[in-house]
Design a protein around this ligand. Structure first.
Ligand code: 9Z3
Length: 323
């Protein structure tokens, strides 16, 4: 099966920038253990076949990356993302029969925890007079559904969670995920909802210690993060179905930017969203046109119709990856 139609090689400049990024990035802690977990998870899921064919696996990225300003990091630049989109989408992919590798920013929203308060441990539980722990009646349903939903998918081997904080960790882990995902061919999907920094400080030019404020105003030149979407699509995961996100605050430029991303990075779909309305509506941009996807009502989430649509598009792709 040749699912790599129209994929010419990554240009020499991008290749060079990508190589420099990874060569100079700080070593990823636990790389071996992450790889081991990934290989086991992907092989186990690749051997499962249901009524709709081989089990599909999606890598959902979620949350924002940090850009450290110091090697012994005290200060960093952050990208906005609560992780709600990624966590909610993960639940809907699992419901649709996918297995999910959830690559998430530490501390952001987690699948099945949407209905819990901000501090679940302190807000949902109480100590009884004999010092045992009791769930408060007001939160009992939310706690039960979070525990049982999460337990079912983890014990079934359908959800693997991998945390990141920095842009260096995020891109190194994404590359580690893509390699074993290749064996899934077109049954693999990348759903790249994480808010990834466009700029960073290369490790070798970064201050080692905390930057001193006594030295006056700070002048800093940030390098551009290489266009990894292109590398993912062309080299790391040439047969996977790839969905990226485009976030803008100015709706006048959103669709044009999403169109450019679709063409430039050869994505199968781009989800365009505006910061202020991202929970109510997104626009799915594909080669066949643009579709606005709305949440049904104030109690529902836009991820429900969005994932339904993407699952259909993925099914069409699996039937003929070269169409
Ligand atoms: C998104 O656009 C996500 O939908 C949000 C979700 C981050 C807005 P929340 O996590 O928000 O539910 O609070 N993600 C991608 C954002 C992004 O940085 N995209 C880059 C771009 O627009 C491409 S990788 O240039």
């Amino acid at each position: 099966m040749d699912a790599v139609k129209n994929l010419d090689a990554v240009d020499a400049t991008t290749s060079f920038q990508v190589k420099s990024f990874f060569d100079s990035a700080p070593l990823l802690k636990d790389a071996e253990s992450i790889s081991r977990k990934l290989t086991q998870f992907i092989h186990q899921n690749a051997s499962l076949t249901g009524s709709k064919g081989p089990r599909r696996v999606v890598c959902v990225t979620s949350g924002g990356t940090t850009v450290p300003l110091e090697q012994r990091c005290v200060r960093y630049i952050d990208n906005f993302s609560s992780g709600h989109r990624g966590a909610t989408s993960t639940e809907y992919f699992l419901k649709s029969g996918y297995s999910v590798i959830f690559l998430y920013r530490r501390g952001t929203c987690q699948p099945y925890c949407r209905s819990l308060p901000d501090d679940p441990l302190l807000e949902c539980f109480n100590l009884t007079s004999d010092s045992s722990i009791q769930v408060l009646e007001s939160h009992a349903e939310a706690v039960k559904s979070a525990i049982s939903g999460h337990h079912d998918v983890v014990s079934g081997g359908y959800l693997l969670k991998l945390p990141f904080t920095t842009i260096f960790e995020y891109l190194q882990i994404l590359r580690l995920i893509a390699t074993p995902m290749k064996i899934l061919g077109p049954n693999a999907m990348f759903y790249l909802a994480a808010a990834v920094s466009d700029f960073y400080v290369p490790w070798e030019s970064m201050a080692v210690h905390k930057i001193q404020s006594a030295s006056g105003p700070l002048d800093m030149r940030l390098a551009q993060v290489p266009k990894m979407l292109l590398v993912l699509r062309k080299e790391w995961a040439p047969t996977a179905f790839c969905v990226s996100f485009k976030l803008e605050t100015d709706k006048e430029i959103l669709l044009e930017k999403a169109d450019t991303a679709l063409k430039k990075y050869k994505m199968h779909a781009v989800v365009a969203n505006e910061l202020s309305t991202r929970k109510e509506v997104v626009i799915l941009v594909t080669e066949s046109g643009k579709v606005s996807v709305y949440r049904e009502n104030d109690l529902s989430v836009v991820e429900s119709p969005l994932i339904k649509l993407l699952v259909e598009k993925h099914s069409t792709y699996i039937m003929d990856p070269n169409a």
